[in-house]
Design a protein around this ligand. Structure first.
Ligand code: ZN
Ligand code: ZN
Length: 340
């Protein structure tokens, strides 16, 4: 999920073979500005397909995935494994359905696997935590309930399925004919992983690094205490890979991962400066900072889940500023921020 949509290509990219044996398949996300998630099908030595991500659980998505696999000369039954970058519905939602048809293994990082039950199962406890967090952020009382429930609709697009494999940082992925390792890149999600295919040099970046839009990095009850700090560290780790070709989860593939990572690091430094200026100017809650922040559209047009994600993103920047010793906070409901 992304809070700051800017440019989108005019139409989804075609199903295409982007490297020998690697197919890019845009899977539709109905009624969503992102419009599609890019899943990737890797032809395995000895037959079969491994998927990176799956799309979400909707009939149009399943049809799109099947149609894309057909272009690659495969069917759902050929899928041997689904390596999932993170548990957001657009990446993980359909994986359980694919596993039902094919018996494929399903791999997730343990930090995201641990969130499945509370997020997609019995959510009462999580909803209470979200409401408490929103109050801590200074959200006006009449907005707390609707914003708390704003993520509920999206849960329908997940076929809840436990992973059959847990993948940690540096773990190899069992994909015959390929040399793939997982890189743990927490930030957008605590268990987000990228996959580095070392034979071609290509990196599957999920939502960690996208070519134009910036992924939402939010404080929320399942984010860990400093998600932006984690994200910046995860970005810095990508720099050591160098200028490799990237296959992202949205938009389109791009040729230089390192250059884009540097842009994202600069973007967040700039956003940290903007948030600090607002706190210095007297905005003393995450809500106040968020309302005054120069988003790409006006505040009254930022509604529902996007509004909640914006508050979470501001909060994430406040936490980093505090860790850097530039601001501090008091209180709890709400947390009140001030410069030091
Ligand atoms: Zn995501
Ligand atoms: Zn996504």
């Amino acid at each position: 999920v992304i809070s700051k949509a800017r440019r989108f290509p005019a139409s989804p990219p075609p199903v295409e073979q982007v490297f020998p044996g690697i197919w890019s398949i845009p899977v539709p996300i109905p009624n969503n500005p992102l419009r599609y998630v890019l899943t990737y099908a890797l032809e395995l030595e000895g037959g079969g397909i491994m998927l990176v991500d799956s799309g979400w659980d909707a009939p149009e998505a399943l049809e799109g995935l099947e149609a894309g696999l057909a272009v690659a000369g495969a069917t759902l039954a050929d899928v041997r494994g689904v390596a999932v970058t993170h548990i957001h519905p657009d990446h993980y939602g359909l994986a359980g359905r694919v596993r039902e048809v094919s018996g494929a293994w399903l791999a997730l990082h343990p930090a995201d696997a641990a969130l499945i039950a509370t997020r997609y199962g019995d959510v009462d406890e999580l909803l209470g935590q979200v409401a408490a967090w929103l109050r801590g952020a200074g959200t006006p009382e009449d907005e707390v309930e609707p914003l708390t429930r704003s993520s509920m609709e999206i849960r329908e697009f997940v076929k809840v399925a436990p992973p059959t494999l847990l993948i940690g940082d540096g773990d190899p992925i069992a994909a015959p004919g390929w040399d793939i390792v997982a890189i743990h890149t927490p930030g957008h999600s605590p268990g987000h992983v990228c996959f580095h295919e070392r034979r071609t040099g290509v990196v599957f970046t999920g939502d960690h690094v996208l070519p134009h839009i910036t992924p939402n990095i939010s404080v929320h009850p399942q984010s860990g205490s400093d998600p932006l700090g984690a994200y910046l560290t995860s970005l810095e780790r990508m720099l050591s890979l160098g200028p490799l070709p990237a296959l992202p989860g949205h938009e389109q593939r791009f040729p230089d991962l390192e250059a884009r990572v540097r842009e994202l690091l600069a973007h967040h430094e700039h956003q940290l400066e903007q948030v600090l200026e607002l706190v210095v100017a007297g905005a003393d809650t995450a809500w106040e900072v968020t309302m005054r922040f120069p988003w790409s559209r006006s505040w009254d047009r930022i509604t529902g889940f996007i509004r909640r994600a914006a508050i979470g993103e501001t909060h994430a920047h406040l936490v980093v500023l505090e860790r850097r010793g530039l601001i501090a906070h008091e209180g709890d409901q709400p947390l009140r921020w001030h410069p030091v």
